[in-house]
Design a protein around this ligand. Structure first.
Ligand code: DGJ
Length: 764
């Protein structure tokens, strides 16, 4: 890893063994982007790259000169109004109303390690040797506004982290109307754009299209990163696969309104920008004030999409998530919501906990419905002081009873919102976000507190730390069930109303940060009506997040597959729920629900009292299996093998231990096939020279000998061990065909819709 500056050619070269990133100070002082791709060795001169040339109808920087045009040069932090007609990275409105600015190089610093970003979540390093940071200072000489661009290269990852800090060093106040965290001009447009989009209950589906001239973008205007689009985009070469080829991944460490956009200009240059959504945003900077923008993370790979994901997984698991739970195995939990919703009593909860204990479950989570008046979603939200009558011993009384059963106790909260029918609303209607003279839009009968106000954050910190500190609470599920509307703050003057959405997020981060610091051993799980805020910003505070309100196994295959492109399995909140599923009314086998949820933090969300003894036995053995392998699921390398988005009725993925000696592959079928085609599953990431004993799990997660369905009268008692080399498993593949066609063959159960199998491989 090195960052160098060549004073003669005014060129910066940031590199490690995975990539080179080259920039140059242009003749007018602006910074030009020259190259981002495979590592280029040596002290090369890159002066041939800007390609200055005359082109008709272009605008030129200096009179009498016809080759240097901002329209044609690729830039690092471009603005609009001086010859570049593409969407800019930065837009400032100055005191005289002008929106024209130009940021020129003033100086730079190269330092070991990585600085923190004030008030915002960001990646970090433990040791200064892990990373190096370049800070380039730009200034608009007319307004005096400074932009500091930060670039951090990590030594052992194909990662370049970027952020920007805008400071008003001029005499007059200015308005930042747009300030992206990252801008990257790529020299061609031969890319597929992959976004992760959907809706409530079907988050982060993979959507791919070829880049075209014009603008393509995803964004959020909802105040949360949202169920609809994720702040993560990939640009990959059309020929790039999971295992080979070039790709860039772009991820924004932010939980609010974002924009990720690719603009392909008329010469096939692609400008990719990412940052706070300029829509509805502006930020006043008085003299001396600064605006820190969120961090954007770029990953470059020449080895395919799995390799790109590995970089994000490692970075986000080990250098974004923090604290006590970062590397710890997560407890297997049971959550009361899908089992009881608001219909709780202490006795029923304790009964469920007793059964859960017998099934090997370790943590009992009381979800919504526990506080005063909360017998439906119409009442009580905001009143965290008092519990409902159905919990006579209070939260601590219940927590102690649960702990006496041998489980830890966890609790649900939704601190950012309140119901109209709550004491908090009656006392502090003035703390709401609402537009003067307009009616308030509700969502699930909820109204949003103005988290941009320090007194609101302080109040919530006091009440929540009293609650957590006052009871035996080991886990908090922090929910958020509405998007932000009427984003107007009574605490801000008219000219600062464009700041409300971002101030809300800053308040949220402050509150989360203080609580996590006050209760370092409490496990926090974030949630926003399922996966409405499944983003890297939340991961900095809460190491796991409820992935979706749709817990149906077949739907989860799609969502977990999409989510895995950026986020590590250690962040997936995955539960086994009841059938028919509460969202989609689908029946899936219990073992498939477990086989999908194992690839995550794992838990349950069903009424154990309604299950048969056989099903409870199954659960007991599933939790045993998870305990045996959860370190592997938490820290192993995850590979996507067969995409459920390819329309083949199949999906598969696997996780391999760091030493490559253990691996578990999940193979999932959607609809059953009669007399179907042959299939081979090509494993990934194994050591080709190792020999692996291959087992397959049955409905009880018992590791049985590998028995292809074609095996005559397969009998686990007599079936020999199958030992294959890593080379065979990866190159030739493991037959996973299914010709059962509804017939029981030996010990093998007939296959059914939504069937699944796990293949466990141990090096021998
Ligand atoms: C939405 C969450 O996603 C659910 O899991 C549950 O906690 C409900 N809110 C409770 O209101």
């Amino acid at each position: 890893m090195s960052i160098s500056f060549d004073g003669k050619t005014k060129t910066f070269h940031l590199k490690n063994r995975f990539f080179s990133y080259v920039m140059k100070i242009l003749p007018n002082g602006q910074i030009g982007q020259l190259y981002f791709g495979k590592t280029v060795e040596g002290g090369r001169v890159f002066d041939y790259l800007p390609e200055p040339a005359y082109r008709p109808m272009s605008s030129y920087v200096s009179e009498g000169e016809y080759s240097f045009s901002l329209e044609h040069v690729r830039q690092e932090y471009p603005s609009y109004g001086t010859g570049d007609f593409r969407h800019p990275a930065v837009g400032i409105r100055s005191a005289d109303g002008s929106r024209i600015s130009g940021f020129a190089y003033e100086g730079h610093r190269i330092t070991a390690g990585k600085p923190e970003l004030s008030g915002l979540p960001a990646t970090w390093c433990e040791d200064e040797k892990e990373a190096e940071t370049l800070a380039v200072t730009l200034r608009d000489p007319l307004t005096g506004v400074e932009a500091e661009l930060l670039y951090t290269v990590f030594a052992e990852l194909p990662v370049l982290a970027r952020s920007v800090r805008i400071t008003n060093e001029g005499p007059d106040s200015v308005y930042v109307e747009q300030a992206m965290s990252l801008c990257l001009d790529l020299p061609d447009a031969n890319y597929d754009w992959i976004q992760f989009s959907g809706a409530w209950a079907r988050e982060r589906h993979v959507r791919t299209r070829r880049l075209q001239q014009g603008i393509q973008s995803v964004e959020s205007t909802r105040g949360n990163s949202s169920h609809v689009h994720n702040p993560f985009v990939i640009l990959k070469r059309p020929e790039t696969t999971e295992l080979s080829g070039e790709a860039y991944g772009f991820s924004l460490i932010y939980s609010g309104n974002f924009l990720a956009q690719a603009e392909v200009d008329t010469w096939d240059v692609t400008r990719f920008t990412m940052g706070i959504n300029p829509f509805g945003f502006d930020w006043k900077l008085e003299q001396g004030e600064a605006l820190q923008l969120p961090e954007a993370v770029m990953v470059y790979t020449e080895s395919g999409l799995n390799a790109m994901s590995h970089a994000f997984h490692t970075l986000y698991r080990t250098r974004l998530a923090r604290g006590y739970w970062q590397t710890k195995e997560r407890p297997i939990l049971i959550n009361s919501w899908e089992c009881m919703t608001f219909d709780i009593t202490e006795e029923r909860l304790v009964r469920l906990a007793k059964k859960a204990k017998r099934c090997g479950i370790e943590l009992f989570v009381l979800d919504d419905g526990w506080f005063k008046g909360r017998d439906s979603d119409r009442r009580g939200l905001g009143d965290w002081h008092e519990v409902r009558e159905c919990l006579p011993g209070g939260i601590d009384g219940l927590a102690r009873k649960i702990e006496a059963e041998g489980l830890k106790f966890g609790l649900w909260i939704e601190p950012e919102m309140m119901n109209r029918d709550s004491d908090l609303f009656r006392a502090h209607e003035d703390w709401l976000l609402r537009a003067p003279g307009r009616s308030m839009t509700h969502c699930r009968n909820e109204f949003a507190l103005d988290l941009g106000r320090q007194e609101v954050v302080d109040y919530l910190f006091d009440v929540l730390s009293g609650l957590i500190g006052g009871s035996h609470i080991s886990y908090i599920k922090w929910d958020m069930n509405r998007s932000i509307t009427e984003a107007y703050s009574a605490a801000l003057p008219p000219e600062r109303q464009g700041e409300v959405m971002h101030r809300y997020i800053l308040g949220l981060y402050q509150l989360y940060g203080r609580l996590v610091q006050a209760f370092p051993e409490v496990l926090f799980e974030s949630c926003a009506s399922g996966g409405g805020r499944f983003d890297p910003g939340m991961l900095y505070y809460a190491p796991q997040a409820w992935l979706s309100d749709d817990s149906d196994a077949a739907e989860r295959i799609l969502m977990q597959y999409g989510t895995s492109y950026c986020y590590p399995l250690s962040s997936f909140g995955t539960h086994v729920s009841s059938v028919p599923n509460g969202q989609i009314y689908r029946y899936t086998p219990l073992h498939t629900r477990a086989n999908v949820a194992f690839f995550g933090t794992y838990g349950y969300e069903l009424d154990l009292e309604e299950l048969t003894e056989e099903e409870l036995d199954q659960i007991r053995m599933h939790t045993e299996f998870m305990k045996k392998y959860r370190r592997l699921f938490l820290t192993g390398t995850f590979y996507r093998l067969v995409s459920p988005f390819d329309g083949k009725n199949l999906a598969a993925w696997m996780v391999v231990s760091e030493d490559k000696k253990t691996a578990v592959a999940g193979w999932y079928k959607l609809l059953n096939e009669v007399n179907g085609p042959y299939h081979r599953l090509h494993m990934c990431g194994l050591d080709s020279s190792y020999s692996y004993c291959v087992k397959q799990t049955d409905r009880y997660s018992r590791e049985m000998p590998y028995m292809p369905y074609s095996a005559e009268a397969a009998d686990p008692e007599t079936a020999p061990d199958t030992v294959l080399t890593g080379d065979e498993l990866m190159k030739v593949g493991l037959p996973v065909s299914d010709c059962s066609a509804g017939e029981k063959r030996g010990a093998l159960e007939p296959s059914c819709d939504f069937d699944s199998r796990l293949y466990v491989m141990h090096a021998v």
